[in-house]
Design a protein around this ligand. Sequence first.
Ligand SMILES: NC(=O)c1ccc[n+]([C@@H]2O[C@H](COP(=O)([O-])OP(=O)(O)OC[C@H]3O[C@@H](n4cnc5c(N)ncnc54)[C@H](OP(=O)(O)O)[C@@H]3O)[C@@H](O)[C@H]2O)c1
Length: 226
Amino acid sequence: MKIAVLGTGVVGRTLAARLLDLGHEVAVGTRDVDATLARTEPDQMGNPPFAEWMTQHPAVEVLTFAAAARFGEVVFNATAGSASLDVLTAAGADNLAGKVLVDVANPLDFSGGMPPSLFVKDADSLGEQIQRAFPDVRVVKALNTMTAALMADPRLLADGGHSTFVSGDDDTAKKTVTGLLEELGHADVIDLGDISTARGSEMLLPIWLRLWGALGTPMFNVKIVR
Ligand SMILES: NC(=O)c1ccc[n+]([C@@H]2O[C@H](COP(=O)([O-])OP(=O)(O)OC[C@H]3O[C@@H](n4cnc5c(N)ncnc54)[C@H](OP(=O)(O)O)[C@@H]3O)[C@@H](O)[C@H]2O)c1
């Protein structure tokens, strides 16, 4: 499958590398290809410059957000939540129309320092904001409740069988995403319902962030025991 991953951070890189390993054609989207490849400093999270990552993944195409959106049959939104609506506008509603958009972003607000708060919650969610802004896109919220390494390969945790969630209005789109999640190794994919249920998975972030602090590692996940 042709998959576009919008985002050059750790999530975009980790998902792109794994989807490529699984045999998909992958393009990564960024604002300005030349500027992104010219960066020589680690990003604010300490990840090496994108060009360094590219030397290890030469099969990945690096395109503008718009060209990547045009390329992908399925598109992942792995951009900063505060920028996601602008990124998708730059990607172009026409390029995205009818496509499945896997929304991995979280509505984190870092303006008050760490840990971040949520800039939308309770009565709305980033997933819903994206679906409202792009009514022709089939938005599925997924994977936002775990660290990037586990999104791409949940079997990195010895205790397998942990859970992931999908939210979206389009059942066929959710089936497509569930299939991709299963390819990645997610064994327990729970369909929460329509896109408004993204409020629930996004609001897991405050406890996720506190668990990260308490456990001292992001390598943990939610497991729903029935
Ligand atoms: N890190 C994790 O393990 C994790 C786990 C769960 C969910 N998430 C969510 O996944 C998303 C990606 O996280 P991340 O840590 O990989 O990267 P990030 O630093 O949150 O986002 C990087 C991407 O956002 C774009 N971006 C940032 N500011 C922008 C702006 N003002 N205008 C346009 N584009 C902008 C960047 O574009 P350029 O490429 O042009 O620089 C880049 O592609 C976030 O929403 C995050 O909350 C992350």
